[in-house]
Design a protein around this ligand. Structure first.
Ligand SMILES: [Zn+2]
Length: 436
């Protein structure tokens, strides 16, 4: 696709913007955030829906919401028939070169990385504090997750520190914090059932020690657990959140109540157990395909290797999401990209559809992708449309608070108040990480 024509296409979808952009010095400014007004638009503020209002952005920050008290010389975007939302937050990704740009082009303005090389973290921290025009999502990261030799994730190509029997856990966690980990990710995964191999994992005592050390360092501790019993042990050990839902078996009322009592949140990542059905749906959607990079398309086309006799993880996981949500457990949206036919940004569209099928209403699914993760992870400057917050915004045709698939009809994305160019890059970059 020609860069010039596709840029024109974006602008032509926003009446008034092409003209106003030329007249507005703020939009061209690189060092500070952009300024504009979206008028007469349905507003989903991260919690509630206002059927008609306006939002003013000045210097990259949201300055007014609802009825505007001041006039301005900002460019005006007509919101008629559209919905304005906070930029989406994907609570479970693994980044690689170019992945955060892919995310941003689908309205995911913030990503939480759940296991990765910590070398990119100082730059990520600088970016997320700035209001500059950027071409990629902001990032928070666990850095290196806590696991054991031979344990999940299996990464023979990467020699990262792991916990052994005599590891000083306090020191181990302190090292992660020194590397820049924003939160601590614990891998509690014993593998199996056959033909999947069983795997060594942390002891219950080690899990508890890691969580305690994380809290001493004022870091949240989140746990990878795909099985009910491991999930229960994790929350009883003080975990702040589970970054998959358990999908080995349906939890009973006592199990669900125990998780509720723990106050832990759950990031279900149902898109990683749909075995590519969600990816097929995206690849057949004309609202999606023009904006896919070669890398996103490649990832969505992967057919995950299935296992004969595999339980229906999506069905079991969805039933657990339904019960957890009904009990009041905070549900947060996350995709686990690029694992199993998931791609950054775009797969959030499927994850939110899965959450709606599991029993959240569309507005609740949007809360799970905006205000709820901001609250759960302490991201105070984003996740809602409110005065003083960062202007990470998404404008879509229709009303995703009643039909979640309307989220796919993106009209405009702003990061720090700057309009995002959705033109996909043509070159493919292979993701490096294969575990989760
Ligand atoms: Zn993962």
């Amino acid at each position: 696709m020609n860069r010039y024509t596709s840029r024109r296409r974006v602008l032509s979808l926003v009446p008034g913007l092409a003209v106003a952009a030329a007249a507005s010095p703020a939009l061209a400014g690189a060092a500070t955030g952009g300024s504009f007004v979206v008028r007469d638009v349905r507003i989903f503020d991260g919690h509630r829906v206002m059927e008609r209002g306006s939002v003013m952005v000045t210097g990259g920050l949201i300055t007014e919401v609802g009825g505007l008290s001041r006039s301005s010389r900002h460019q005006v975007v007509d919101g008629g028939g559209r919905t304005l939302l906070p930029g989406l937050i994907d609570c479970h990704v693994h980044s690689f070169e170019g992945s955060r740009a892919d995310a941003l082009r689908f309205g995911v303005t913030t990503e939480l990385d759940m296991f990765n090389d910590p070398s990119a973290l100082p730059a990520a921290r600088r970016q997320r504090r700035s209001a500059a025009k950027v071409d990629q999502a902001d990032l928070w990261s666990a850095g290196i997750g806590v696991t054991v030799p031979g344990g999940h994730p299996l990464r023979p190509d990467w020699d990262f520190p792991r916990v052994v029997a005599d590891t000083d856990i306090e020191r181990f966690v302190a090292d992660r914090v020194a590397e820049g980990s924003d939160f601590i990710k614990v891998i509690f995964e014993d593998g199996g059932p056959p033909p999947r191999p069983s795997l060594p994992t942390l002891t219950t005592g080690q899990v508890r020690s890691v969580i305690t050390a994380a809290h001493r360092h004022r870091r949240r501790a989140v746990v990878h657990a795909e099985k009910l019993q491991l999930a229960l042990t994790a929350v009883r050990s003080g975990a702040d959140g589970l970054v998959h839902v358990f999908w080995d078996t349906e939890g009973g009322p006592e199990d669900i109540a125990a998780i509720r009592r723990s106050a832990a949140f759950v990031v279900p990542t149902l898109s990683v157990v749909d075995w590519g059905t969600g990816a097929k749906e995206l690849l057949a959607d004309a609202r999606i395909t023009p904006w896919l990079s070669a890398t996103q398309r490649h990832l969505l086309q992967q057919q995950p290797p299935d296992r004969p006799g595999r339980p229906d993880f999506l069905k079991i996981g969805s039933a657990n999401v339904r019960e957890l949500h009904a009990a009041g457990v905070p549900i947060l949206a996350g995709t686990d990209t690029p694992i199993r036919a998931n791609a950054n940004g775009v797969s959030m569209m499927i994850e939110l559809s899965h959450l709606v099928r599991a029993g959240l209403d569309p507005r609740e699914a949007l809360v799970a992708a905006t205000a709820a993760p901001a609250r759960a992870f302490g991201l105070a400057d984003r996740g809602r449309i409110a005065p003083g917050l960062r202007a990470d915004l998404l404008l879509v045709d229709g009303d995703p608070t009643t039909d979640i698939t309307d989220l796919r009809a993106i009209t405009a994305i702003w990061k720090n108040g700057h309009l995002v160019d959705r033109t996909p890059p043509e070159q493919e970059r292979a993701p490096q990480l294969d575990g989760h």
